[in-house]
Design a protein around this ligand. Structure first.
Ligand code: FAD
Ligand code: MLT
Ligand code: ZN
Length: 498
């Protein structure tokens, strides 16, 4: 799926109450006046570092970089810089740090929390021109590439050599590996391959003062003190700009099956999950769920068919990936027999060829795009214990009644719920935000969940961070930020509360 700036006409709009912009129930932060305002001398200086094609000052060209794909967050930058080398990134940051000019790193701009666009007039440092795959070792499966390489490009490069990327997400055609690492993106196969904290072996990053930090190890094992690369994984561009990534990639499975199952209630979904884990074990590669309102939305906006004759409240998309077709089918068939014998599903269908597999995945992967076509969408990305997983969707549905469409889907196999609330054909409204926040965060905190399972904190959630992090943790995060970026030039207003 390809999502590019402006291509996706998702209709979300910022809204104004008492002349303050709101992106959540909190107001947009005011500009920190200690940052310099860029002038012609600065641009002349950047011309000594970059060629003229890599410096964008034309307002209409900058527009797409100033705004996120949901059209929810909009900044006001006058300058986009597109370096091609780590050395250029270093020179740009050194200059910005000396002059106290704020900078926002931008990858594919597919993020969900407003992290990749400026809040005010920060310089946008786009990694798009740094898209070289530098090395691949066919024995270890380690790939090294520049941060701006698009995820799908890496996968297409690896595929003929029998390898694949260890993460997969609906935005793969646009998101970049540097953006994935900076957000610690989860996605559809985390269940199988684990998080980027485990799969990323090394990172090259440029610190706020221009120092190039070479942590680009390609080793699986390296216990030489603090694992510094981990600081950049999930810190959303606030601690440094990732310029290169070394990542371990798994062999590409040769036998893939996808099952779509319908369930009567969420208890059945839970039990099927537990059976899938114990009976399918190493071949289980995805376990996603979606409720019926998600399917209705996808049917409304995409060219897809209702998967079964009867409608059901819940659907599971289960994928197995392995290397021995006979072995995998036997395992899957005996799993199917057992869940049917126990009446854990009311309907089911298996896809073994690539056309049907894609059709099943389309149902799941196009939920986001379909929601975007509806109206303002209020998106929440929560980690919750399985016992409380779906109750929050029911609570919100009861709260909103006919006022909004409340849907639940996501990576149930990883305990990650996507709770989305849409108000068809309506702009964002403070009234709706106030019905959701901080209630959803309080609920999550009460159940020791996380207010951001995979999308990050960005501009949307700094004021709510305390629902998932203790004061001591937030203070330590602030002191790490202060040590690494004392002038606070990197992605200001994001992640950390004031
Ligand atoms: P951006 O959106 O450009 O940036 C994200 C953050 O990283 C920003 O804070 C930015 O400043 C920072 N950043 C970007 N590049 C760098 C760099 N080189 N160095 C330092 N900081 C940098 N996310 C998931 O986790 N799981 C999903 O399943 C998932 N599915 C999605 C499906 C769709 C259809 C869409 C549109 C999005 C989805 N996302 C998902 C969200 C998004 O795609 C991910 O967060 C992705 O990792 C962002 O990558 P990007 O290159 O677009 O980064
Ligand atoms: C997904 O899993 O599809 C995403 O994280 C996108 C979303 O939450 O909309
Ligand atoms: Zn997701």
């Amino acid at each position: 799926m390809m999502i590019k700036n402006g291509l996706n006409k998702c209709l979300q709009k910022k809204f104004i109450v008492n002349n303050k912009l709101f992106y959540s129930s909190q107001a947009k932060p005011t500009r920190d006046s200690s940052y310099a305002i860029i002038n012609n001398n600065d641009i002349e200086h950047f011309k000594t570092i970059l060629d003229s094609h890599s410096i964008i000052t034309d307002a209409s060209e900058i527009d797409g970089f100033n705004q996120d794909w949901m059209k929810k967050y909009k900044g006001n930058s006058n300058l986009v810089l597109k370096p091609k080398t780590t050395d250029q990134v270093s020179k740009i940051l050194k200059y910005c740090n000396d002059k106290k000019i704020a900078v926002v790193p931008q990858g594919g701009n597919t993020g969900m929390v407003g992290g990749s666009v400026p809040v005010h007039d920060e310089i946008i440092l786009s990694l798009s021109n740094m898209s070289k795959i530098e090395k691949f070792d066919p024995v270890t499966g380690v790939v090294v590439c520049q941060a701006g390489t698009v995820l799908e490009t890496i996968d297409s490069y690896l595929s003929p050599m029998g390898y694949t990327v260890p993460l997969d997400l609906g935005a793969k055609g646009s998101c970049q590996i540097g953006g994935n690492v900076s957000t610690n993106a989860g996605g559809l196969r985390l269940l199988r391959y684990g998080s980027l904290h485990g799969n990323v072996l090394g990172v090259e990053a440029v610190l706020a003062d221009g120092t190039i930090l070479d942590c680009l190890s390609t080793l699986r094992k390296d216990n030489t003190g603090y694992d510094l690369k981990q600081l950049f994984i999930g810190s959303e561009g606030t601690l440094g700009i990732i310029t290169k990534v070394a990542m371990i990639t798994p062999p590409k499975p040769t036998s893939v099956n996808v099952g779509l199952f319908a369930c009567q209630d969420f208890n059945q979904v839970k039990t099927v999950l537990s059976r899938a884990k114990s009976q399918l074990g190493d071949i289980l590669s995805a376990f996603e769920f979606m409720d019926r309102p998600c399917i209705d939305l996808v049917l409304k906006h995409q060219q897809v068919q209702d998967p079964f004759d009867e409608k059901s409240p819940f659907y599971i998309l289960l994928e197995t990936s392995g290397f021995n077709e006979t072995h995998d089918s036997e395992k899957l068939n005996s799993f199917l027999e057992s869940i049917m014998a126990e009446n854990l599903i009311i309907d089911g269908s298996l896809a073994t060829d690539s056309k049907n597999i894609s059709a099943f995945w389309k149902l799941r992967e196009s939920i986001t795009e379909s929601l975007g076509k509806e109206g303002a969408v209020y998106k929440y990305d929560l980690s919750l214990p399985i016992e409380q997983f779906y109750s929050i969707v029911e609570l919100m549905r009861a709260k909103f009644n006919d006022k909004a469409n409340v849907v639940g889907f996501g990576h149930v196999g990883d305990g990650n719920l996507h709770l989305n609330i849409s108000t068809p054909k309506k702009p964002y409204s403070k009234e709706i935000f106030d019905m959701i926040e901080p209630f959803v965060y309080q609920y999550t905190s009460e159940h020791r969940g996380s207010i951001s399972a995979e999308h990050g904190v960005g501009l949307m959630k700094p004021d709510f961070l305390h629902y998932s992090k203790s004061n001591n943790s937030i203070n330590l995060m602030k002191s790490i930020k202060n040590t690494m970026d004392p002038n606070n030039i990197l992605n200001p207003y994001k992640v950390l509360p004031k």
